[in-house]
Design a protein around this ligand. Sequence first.
Ligand code: SAM
Length: 399
Amino acid sequence: MDPVRVLNVSDYTQFRVSPSVYYNRFFECEDNEKTRVSTTSKKRKRKERKPYTLNERERSAYQRHQEAKPLLLKAHEVLFGAKDLLHCISNLKSDGGDDDDSCCSNGIRELSCIEDGKKQSFVELGSVWQAPLYEISINYREENMTTGDSGSSLGVSRLVPAFNNLVMNESCDDVEAEILNNRYVLPGNSCFYMSDLKQIHDLIPADTDSGFNLIVIDPPWENGSARQKSLYPTLPNRYFLSLPIKQLTHTKGALVALWVTNREKLRTFVEKELFPLWGVSYSAIFYWLKVKADGSLINELDLFHHRPYECLLLGYCHGEGMNTELPSTYKHLEENQVIISVPGEYSRKPPVGKLLMDYLPGTRPARCIELFAREMFAGWTSWGNEPLHFQELSYFVNR
Ligand code: SAM
């Protein structure tokens, strides 16, 4: 999967996501030699250690990995057999300009040159006492007036509170928004609610007919990585028990898609506590296999703490208007699908909405929400303490 292409095909009209910015850590192939050397030396070190008996949790993690491994190897083998696909992957980072590596050297990359250090931290901004006073201006273009929009605000700017407020772009086109001199792109028919977890209950619809048919969740799970800690705040597992999944579910039910890391403790927590408390019945697992520009895995498949894959756990939450059984008209979720892509920025997940669309309960267009979002999608609601993060103008180029 090329996440950039997926986003650009249907989410944006005036802008497009810049591949060179999306794939800013492209796992170039020259690292291969280094990776190979370092993993060999790690292997040597491991061999020197005394034999180690796995505890129960480690055995269970090992077992899961052994079950996933043949499937992942098979998927990877298929990728290697598809030569033209491999060729595409190696060129994904290109923005399509004549001189791709010289930032700002041509019009195409012009927008992508804002330095990382200047990026607005919404996590910080939202935590100060002035947060309720910050406003975001939605700047509708003249062209939006021809797209069948209904509001009287077309062709003008609309100023609304940025935090603890459902901010909507009701037009069909992407529009620019501005806060504290930073500019953002909001896809058509999208909305965001930027708040802390404490305010998530404000998102619960007054009636379940306005609930959601797809709920994608990528929680800030705690892990030992110092890198992760510096990028966004994390929360202990018990906080996720309070997510109002049932109340967010549409009358006709919802497919719940939860990203999890490979920690066994976490998998057990989800299966034994989280899904049952949310009222979600486990249905299937998808794997996201991460590859480099040459199609090779970003890490050795067996590397214990840095597996080159993550899991998406899928289950259904029944709506008020449903029997406990799913109607026979549902397209059955196929177990064990593998998504292969080159990862973008740290912890950024590939957009899975379109892959899941066929499996959603309820009528169309489906109502979709992402919890703990850092980006927005056309037609979706994004909630989290920084849903505008990847919407900053520097992630886009003009069409
Ligand atoms: N799915 C996202 C992506 O693909 O880019 C990554 C989400 S990241 C794993 C988790 C997000 O949860 C971060 O943006 C983090 O700031 C946010 N978060 C952490 N604590 C939060 C809280 N108390 N309330 C709301 N969001 C929070």
